[in-house]
Structure formats: C-alpha cells, structure tokens
Design a protein around this ligand. Sequence first.
Ligand code: GTP
Length: 628
Amino acid sequence: MFVVGTAGHVDHGKSTLVKALTGIDPDRWEEEQRRQMTIDLGFAWLTLPGGRRVSVVDVPGHERFIKNMLAGVGGLDAALLIIAADESLMPQTREHLAILDLLDVRHGVVVLTKADLVDAEWLALVREEVTSELAGTSLADAPLVAVSARTGAGLDQLRQTLEQVLQSLPPRAKADGIPRLPVDRSFTIGGFGTVVTGTLRDGSLRVGDEVVVLPSGLTGRIRGLQIHYDKVEAVAPGTRIAVNLAGIHHSEVKRGDVLVPPGTLQPTRLIDLHLRVLPDAPGPLEQNCSLDLFTGASEVPCRLTLLDTEQLAPGSSGWAQVRLEAPVVVVRDDHCILRIASPSRTVAGGMVVDPFPVRHRRFRTEVIAALETLARGDPAELVLQTLGTDPPRPWDEVARAVGLPDEQMRSLVSDLVASGRVLTIPALHIGEKAAPFADVLLVTPAGWQVLATRLVPPMRAYHTRFPLRQGMPREELRQKLRLAPRLIGGIVDEAIRCQIVAADETSVWLVGHDPQLAAHQQRAVETTLAAMRRTPYSPPLPDLDPEVLAWVVQQQMLVRIAPDLYLLPETYAELVNWVLTMLQAEGSLTVGQLRDHFGSTRRYALALLEHLDERKLTRRVGERRELA
Ligand SMILES: Nc1nc2c(ncn2[C@@H]2O[C@H](COP(=O)(O)OP(=O)(O)OP(=O)(O)O)[C@@H](O)[C@H]2O)c(=O)[nH]1
C-alpha cells in the first residue's frame, strides 16, 4: 500500500485529475463542489495496472488553506506535483514544491495538466521552465508527464509512470518502530461512534489494541480498522486508515492529535531541530522569533532559539531549539515545516534531532557537537550520546529519548553492556508501578566516573565533620547528590562493587574510613570508664563529648539503657543475668529488690527493668516484673 499526495496551485486541476485517475471525487463537501475549490483534504484510491494499491490525498491549492495542505502531506511515499500547462508555475506551485522539498519527499511525478489547452510549442516551454525550477529540489529527478483530464490524454502514461516511481521506492524505514497515527480527521458515524483517519507511521495496529490519544492522554480501544472502506484486522505502516475507536468521543480527538499504544511515545514542548531556511524566505530568521510549526497533522505556535548564530539568512541552515506553545508528538528524523503568520509564508523546514532535549545554552560547541552526532544517527552512538556523562538514567527514559522500540533497545543495550560501553544498575522502585525495563538504570563508564567523583567529596566532608561516626546516612547522601530516591540504592551498590564505599542498611562510608579517637579523647574515655568501674551499679553519668560517647557506645564499651544512663558492658551482663535467673526461680521481681541486691539506685534499677521490658525480655505486671 502506498500513499501519494497531490500538490500544486489553486485551480490547476488537482481534484479533477484525482477523479479522472480514481473515479472518486475527492471534494467531499457541498461547498467544495459548489465553489469548485478544494478547502480541506480529500481522499481517494486506485489500483495501478501492475496491481499496486495507492491511497491518494488531495490537498487544497489555495493559499488560504495551506494549513489543511500541510496536515495532509505527512507520511507521503510520493507526490503528484500538478501544474496547469496553460499557466505554468504559480506562487503555490512554488510553495508546495518548497514544502515537499523541506519534508524531503524525494519521489513523485510532475503532471502538466490541461494539456488540451496549449499547443506543443507552449508545452515544451513549460516543460523547460518546470525542469529548471525543480533543479536542486528533492523532486529534481521526478519524471514529467503531460495529461488532459478532460480528454483523457496521457492518463495511462501517468499511471505507468507512477507505477515505475513506486516500484523504485526504497524499503520503508522503521517498519518495526512504534506505531503512531497523526489524526487528520475525526468524525462520528451513526452506529459506529468515533472514527479517525490518518496515515499510519512506523509500526502496525490491530483490532482490539489499546491506544492513547496524545497529547490529552485519553485512552480507548480499536474497535475496527478500515482501508478504503474494506474492513481489516491489522494495518501495516505507511497505510491510510480509518480507525473506529471505542471509549473516546469524537469531540475528544481532533486533527493534530496522535494515536499511539500506551506507554510508548510522549508529547514534548521542546525540540532540537536542524533547520533549513528557504532561499526565497522574506528575510532572515532572527533569534527568538515567533513561528508556526507544522508536523504530522498538527500546527503549534513556537519560538526559536538559534543555537549557533544570531540569525539564519535565507538559503542557510543551522541548529535550533524550538519552544512550543502546546505539546506535539514527534520522533527523531521527523520533518516539520515552519511558517510565519504575516505575511503568511513558509520560511523553513526542520528535521527533529532530539525530541526530548534539555534547554540548551546558546553558542556552546559541545551542544553543537552532540547535535551533530545525533543527526548522524547510529543507534549505538545515539544511546551513548544521550547518556553522555549524566548520572544513571532509567532505561525507559533513554529509550524514549532516542526513539527506539523496546526490542531494538534491548539488543542494543546488551551489546553495549557486553562491550563495556554502558553499565546497567538496578533501580529501586518507589511509589507507582514501574514501566517495563524501568527497573534498570543505564550509565556510561564516563558518567559513572563523574558520579563516583561527585560521591567522594560530600562523604569526605562528612567524615571530617564527624570523624567518630561510621558513615553518612544514605538519605543525606542522596540529597547532597540530588538524586531521585530510586537511584540511590543501585548507585551505592555499584560504588561498593567498585570498592569506593562500604555501607550498612542506614549509612555509607568511604572505604578506609576508620573512626578513631584522638589522644585527648582517648584519655577522657579512660578516665570516665575508670570512674564508672568504681561504682558500677550506680555509675556517674559519663562526662564525654556526645560524638565521643556515641562512638564509645558503637564500640560496645558502654551500654545505653536510657537516653542518658549508661552501664559498663560487664555490669550490664551481670544485672541482666541476675534478673532473668531471679525471674525463672521466683516468678517475679520488684524495682526495690533489684536496687537492694546490688546497692544500686532506684533510677538505675527502674531504667534497667524498663529497658528489659523494651527488649521484650520482661514485662510489667502492676509493681512487679515477670518474664515476658
Ligand atoms: N481544459 C481542462 N480543464 C481542466 C482540466 N483539469 C481540470 N480542469 C478544470 O480546471 C478547473 C480547476 O480544476 P480543479 O480540479 O478543481 O482544480 P484544483 O487544483 O483541484 O483546485 P483546488 O483544489 O481548489 O486547488 C475546473 O474547472 C476543471 O474543470 C484539464 O485537463 N483540461
């Protein structure tokens, strides 16, 4: 199945030719038929002599309806550039040709219509003029055929020529990609509900598939599929289709929306483009100028950030970032058209290089270098480029940024991992259910090095500030590194594997960090412990700096039984042992008995028993303790 679109100046005979070729009047609306003028897109189809089936999109030629024309020329395999022989090239012939060139439509036939109105000499002149106009455009090699829709002359030759052109088309790219349907019409048919039409790009759809309408995010299901009024179960990319949708009202989906399977493409408001300004643009494109961007079947106002120049002169090209007023759905290598509103003119075309860029600073050589690599487009390079030296990024986010389908991404990443150019790190799920593969983070060795280097200074600073603490709390480290919660676990694990850090459940420390007391602290500890040994059952409160005290407890040189009460470990063991033995023998025990037996104080005896209650070794029954 092929999709061919018409192009050409108003009244040059596009609709008449489509009707002559297909037997279908593409001017559907009463107003179009009355005024003999195409206002909106028309659709027809034919089978060529060799059996090829072709959908035809007929576009309006009048300058006022150029927006409708642009909604119809996405995803064309070939164009029929239609030029009335009696008038030859006219303004919209040139504009449509420029648009086809900017969209990189490289295949087509130039049809000189109304040949019955001119003589052979005139026709030869027109041929010459048209050929020279085509030179240097994407249609420079397109064959020319003269026809008359009125007499039928030349129509057979046109069919044959079209057949030859379609025969020579290269295989369609990205047939295994993510399917998307830019919607060019949405209406309702009694008894069926919502129907949308468009040219399917990149992948396939089946009856029963779930779909999401972007940018709104509404979901529905494909109830039926049709190609030229024939019901089908599945459709291949590059086909004009009508989709009957369940679960979505026709007012909820409009021209410019895009249908995709759930969890695949996302809308974007920021795009990196390689721009080409038309040689006959009325002036240069200035930094931050306002334009209208057309892509798929959508039209959105935008502003342009020129990344490597102050202005782009007519005929020149360069890098730009567009900020869109509303989200669009694009993938890498998509083409778009840029127009100025007044005077209403097509001024430039762009190719999408990065559909999910960060905001760039202007005049950065590294930004331009990255865009150039992206434009060259080797998928492995793309993944590496996208990862750059960033901290680990979730798999699905990278897949989306490079626009590769899961399957391809999976094999690509396993190659990159095998050759050591990418590291994978498992992520921790926090909150919502993760998308497929989202549990794996990707990072380049260089990106890992950057992160590992960033990991060290905050930890070193922490060790300097708290030399006696074993490690830095994980959460504090995460915040210092500004990492998402789900990243920290995998990153610490990888850092442990690389022997940069060691960690327990709550804290992380640099390998080699060994908390040791300074000499004066050591002396203070010895003095304190000696004093406590003198009255071990009611020892004085340790007179130590809180950090030193925490270290002493961590080293198990003291046991903390209440927020400010401590016992020597041997005393603690003796007391616990006595309590448990007593309870086994006697069944119960009071605070007073414990105090009196050891000549302790009520404060210590009570604290110890409460501590044992907390450890679930004892329990309190009235004024007595029993075994828990
Ligand atoms: N003599 C002659 N007249 C033609 C021929 N083809 C089209 N016409 C006439 O030219 C006029 C315009 O034709 P259309 O097919 O409506 O032109 P169009 O390019 O589709 O116009 P828009 O879609 O509005 O841009 C009509 O009156 C046709 O009858 C032809 O081969 N010979």
